[in-house]
Design a protein around this ligand. Sequence first.
Ligand code: HEM
Length: 520
Amino acid sequence: MEDGEDESSSLIFIVCGVAILYIALVKSERSHPNLRHITSSANQGYILSFLDALRALFQGPALVQKGYEKHRVNLFKLATLQRWLVIVAGTQYIEELRKASEDDLAPIDAASQPDMSRYLLRHHTTPNMQQESFLTRHITQNLPFLTLDIKDELVAATTDSSVLSSASEDWKEICGRDLVVPLTARVVDRIFFGRKFARNKRYSQLSLNSMIKGLDFKRALFLAFLPTSFGNFLSWFSRSRQDEQQIQKILTAYIREEKENVSINDVNHKPRDVLFQVIHNVIVGGMTGVESTLLSLNSTAKHTLALAFGHILYDLATNSTDTGFMRQEIKDLVAREGWSKNALDKMYIADSFIKESMRMNGIFTLPTIRKAVQPFTFSDGTTIPQNTFIAVPATARHYDDTLYPSAGTFDRLRFSSSHEKGVHHHCSTSRTGSVQYNLTTSTTEYLPWGIGQHACPGRFFAAIVLKTMLAHVVLHYEVKFEDRKRPPNIIVDMNCFPDLEAKIFIKRSKGEGNGGIGRT
Ligand code: HEM
C-alpha cells in the first residue's frame, strides 16, 4: 500500500514537473514585444490567450478567419503557442509589407517559425540560401526543356503504378494517397536527379517511404504542440530524416563518382536535370555541401506539390460533372503544339481550375511571415516593435466576398474568364493571355505563393508540374467521391492539408485503353 502511494506521489511529482517545465519553455518563447496597442482577435490576458493558442493548433484557420472578419481593413494580433502574431488584414498593410526592405521586415527560418508544423514541409528552411536560389533558378530557366521530361516520367509512373495501370472503365475505389504520392515523387525526382535515379527501384522506394512518413499529419500535430527548440531537436530523429540521410549518402557517392567521369564539355551540353548541373558546379565552381541543399529543396518540392495536387484532385472529384471544356482545350493544344511549355501556358481552363483550388484550399493559411528586425511603422502610424512576427492571412482574404464575388463557391472558370477578358488575340492559334491572371502571379488578393521578394521561387516549376498532372488525369481518367462531397481537410496549426487517406473513385475515360496513356 505504502509502495503504491509512493509510486503515485512520484508520478504526480513528475507530471507537475513536466507541466511546469513545458509552461516555462513555452512562456519563454512567448515572451513578446509590447503589443498592447494592437487589438487581439480573442483574449488578451496570458492564461486565456494561452487557451486560445491551444485552440489555434486545431482551429488555426478558423481563428484567423474570425479575426479577419472583425478587423478586415486593419491589423490584429493572434495568440499562438510560441508567440503573438500580428496579422495584417487590410490591403494597404499587405502592400507596405510587400514593399518593405529586408532590413525592416526579414523572412524567418524554420527554427523560429511560429508555426512549428510547417517544419514538416521544411518549406522555409534554408541550409544555404545562395545554393537554393541557384538551384531554383536553374529549374525555372530550363522549364521549356524539362516539360517533356515531366510528362515522360508521369507516363512511366502511371504504368508502374498498380492502382493506375489496373484502372478500367468500371469505377474502382482507391486511397487518394496511392495516386498522389507516387506520381509526385517520380516527377520531382526526375527533374532533380534525372531518369537514372527516378527509375531506380532502391532509390525510388526510399524516396517514397520518406515522403509517406513526412506526410504523417499526426507527427506534425505533435511537433506543433512542442516548443520550437525541442521540436527542432526531435525532428532530427524522425524516420523520414533517417531515410533522407540514406538518400544523401547515395547522392554524395554518386556525385563523387560522376565528378571523375564527367568532363566539363559534357556537362555544358546536358543542362537538364538539376543533379547534372550540380556536378558541373562542383567541378567548375568548387561548390561544396550542395547535397543537403539539393535534398532539402527536393523534399520541399515533393511535399508541397503532393499536398497541392491532393487538393486539386479532390476538387476535380467534387466538380467532375463538367470537365468536358477543360479536356477539349487540353486535347486541342496538345494536338497543335505537343506537350510543350507553350501549350501548357495556354491551358487557361486548367490554369484557372488549379488557381481556384489553391484559392479555396491553399495549404498555408499564413504563407508570408516576416520578423521586424527593427521597429516598423506603417503609413497610418501604427508601429510594430522589433522582434514582432507579422503574417498575411491568405485564406481569409481568399474567402472575402468583397475581393472575390461568391467567394465560398468553387468556380472553376473564375480566372479563365478574367484571362479571356485580358486576352489580346483570342483566336485559336495565338492566345496570349495577360500575365496578371496567371496562376503564378502573386498579388495582395491572391496569396498562396506568399508575396514580395521572398514569394515562392519554385512556383513556375510547381505550376507546370501541377498542370501536367491535372491534364494527364483529365485526359485519361474520371474521378469522383461517392457522394460528390470533398472529405474535410486536416488542420494542423495554420496549415490545411487534404486527407490523403480518403477514398476516391477512379475509372479510365472511355476509349482510353492501356495503350492510350501518354498518347496525348
Ligand atoms: C504548390 C506548391 C508550392 C506552394 C504552395 C509554395 C508556397 C510557398 C510559400 C507560401 C513560400 C513563402 C513565401 C513568403 O515568405 O512570402 C515559399 C517559399 C519558398 N518556396 Fe515554395 N511553394 C510551392 C512549391 C515549391 C517548389 C516546387 C519549390 C522548389 C522547386 C519551392 C521552393 C521555395 C523556396 C526555395 C522558398 C523560400 C524562398 C525565400 O525565402 O526567398 N516551392 N513557397
